[in-house]
Design a protein around this ligand. Structure first.
Ligand code: SUO
Length: 445
């Protein structure tokens, strides 16, 4: 049986826009009210996904969410026809309308936490959608995320889908963005690293003072229980609150792991040495590469701007590893120099490939944010909805679909236009047929 890691990228939705919704996410705030290009955003994402498929990786796509979210707007009291709901919300509560129009589900690293069958007691792959309670615009994602995951991984013999955690700050959960898995081979039991920003039930524990810590220890522990993980294969690590206050709103802005490589900034964690020792102990005998990037080489500001750590580290079919980086890393001198050096360090990382995902980067989402990792075997892959898997035909079809339905220019003021709602629903209705998802959206029920 073959084991590998698949990447499921979020297809960028037709309402991709810059609304400045994410306090603590520097790019989102800096680009508030800029004009977006949803068509280019979707195509940049598709191009990256297709390139990985062409490298021999298993690559899937996850459908976007229904936006504007009329269901939520009605739930909070806006009534009348769809056009009236949009119009009233735009006049009376423009910030709430913007929160209901974000295409933020594109960042599927925040869709869920995934534990592969090699790690879990019952030998199934476990998914828990993230509740994303810290941000209003993201807190409306989990239910539909659950529907989309269930329609994509639609086989109860292999896949277990849990409900998202209770919707309260005590259980603030941001999904795989705060989770990394180290393993020898993808089919071996691994060590799952859960990185949290605060402890909800221990006010004396360190936490940031300026920006929110979105992930709690309690949420991470709940996920580990739900996914039937053991103490032997989990490590809970506190993020350094000082870096959260400098814009590291998710751990995947400052650390990333793959197989026996952990790539992280020296300031990423608290109690770093004892945590690395614990990882080593739980990982077992074989070789482990800790690639620690010192501040003297890359300052936190440069890491946040360039997204050096929001890169994907992938294992190519040859067994060598490659870094998938945003072109922003080439544009930052210190970071580019570091990436030129990293391939010479004698670690499994042998190449760096750059992709332009600027439309997403401008909202604080790099290559790693755009994908959900699912380590699996070929039997499990056969049980996945095959219409979600990237290949020449799906790539051509989705690009044509984007060309047909997406605008190349969208401002936050356009979001109240009923025509945007019609375009978006028409596009998504067609998408559910292309990807054979059934009725995953409210407007289809
Ligand atoms: N993993 C990357 C997530 C980026 C995402 N940005 C946003 O939602 C910005 C949306 C806006 O401001 O329009 C976030 O902060 O959760």
């Amino acid at each position: 049986m073959k084991h590998f890691e698949a990447n499921f990228d979020g297809l960028v939705g037709p309402t991709h826009n810059y609304a400045g919704l994410s306090f603590g996410n520097v790019a989102s705030l800096n680009n508030a009210a800029a004009i977006s290009n949803p068509r280019a955003a979707a195509k940049q994402g598709l191009k990256k996904a297709k390139a990985l498929a062409d490298m021999g990786m298993v690559q899937g796509m996850l459908a976007p969410q229904e936006r504007p979210d009329l269901h939520t707007l009605r739930r909070i009291g806006f009534s009348g026809t769809d056009a009236e709901v949009l119009n009233k919300a735009a006049k009376q509560a423009p910030a709430l309308l913007r929160a209901c129009c974000s295409a933020s589900s594109m960042w599927t690293a925040n869709a869920a936490t995934v534990s592969p069958s090699a790690d879990t007691h019952d030998g199934k792959l476990h998914f828990t959608p993230a509740n994303l309670v810290d941000k209003l615009h993201r807190s409306i994602e989990p239910e539909t995320t659950g529907n989309i995951l269930a329609a994509t991984f639609n086989n109860s013999r292999h896949f277990t889908h849990h409900q998202h955690l209770p919707e309260h700050n005590s259980f603030g959960d941001e999904g795989a963005a705060n989770h990394t898995r180290l393993c020898k081979n993808y089919g071996n039991a691994g060590v799952e690293l859960f990185v949290y920003g605060q402890e909800a039930t221990n006010p004396a524990a360190p936490k940031p003072s300026k920006f929110p810590a979105r992930q709690t220890l309690e949420a991470s522990q709940a996920i580990a229980r739900l996914h039937q993980l053991d103490d032997d294969n989990t490590v809970f690590i506190s993020q350094n609150p000082n870096v959260i206050d400098q814009g590291v709103f998710h751990n995947d802005v400052i650390a990333v792991g793959n197989q026996n490589v952990l790539f992280y900034h020296e300031q990423a964690f608290l109690d770093t040495q004892s945590k690395l020792d614990e990882i080593k102990r739980k990982f077992g005998d074989s070789e482990l590469h800790f690639i620690e990037v010192p501040t003297s080489k890359v300052a936190i500001q440069d890491a946040v701007k360039s997204y050096l750590f929001n890169t994907q580290i992938i294992t190519l079919p040859s067994g060598e590893m490659a870094i998938i980086a945003p072109t922003n890393c080439q544009e930052n001198e210190a970071v580019h120099a570091y990436l030129n050096e990293v391939v010479t360090l004698g670690s499994p990382i042998k190449q760096v490939n750059y992709f332009d995902v600027k439309q997403s980067m401008q909202n604080g989402g790099g290559p790693a944010c755009l994908r959900l990792r699912v380590a699996m075997n070929d039997m499990e892959l056969a049980a996945v909805n095959q219409h979600t898997l990237m290949n020449d035909a799906l790539f051509t079809r989705l690009n044509a679909w984007v060309d047909k339905h997406y605008r190349d220019h969208l401002s936050v003021d356009d979001l109240a236009d009923p025509q945007v709602l019609i375009e978006s629903r028409t596009a998504l209705d067609e998408l559910t047929q292309i990807m054979k998802l059934g009725s995953v959206y409210q407007f289809q029920k």
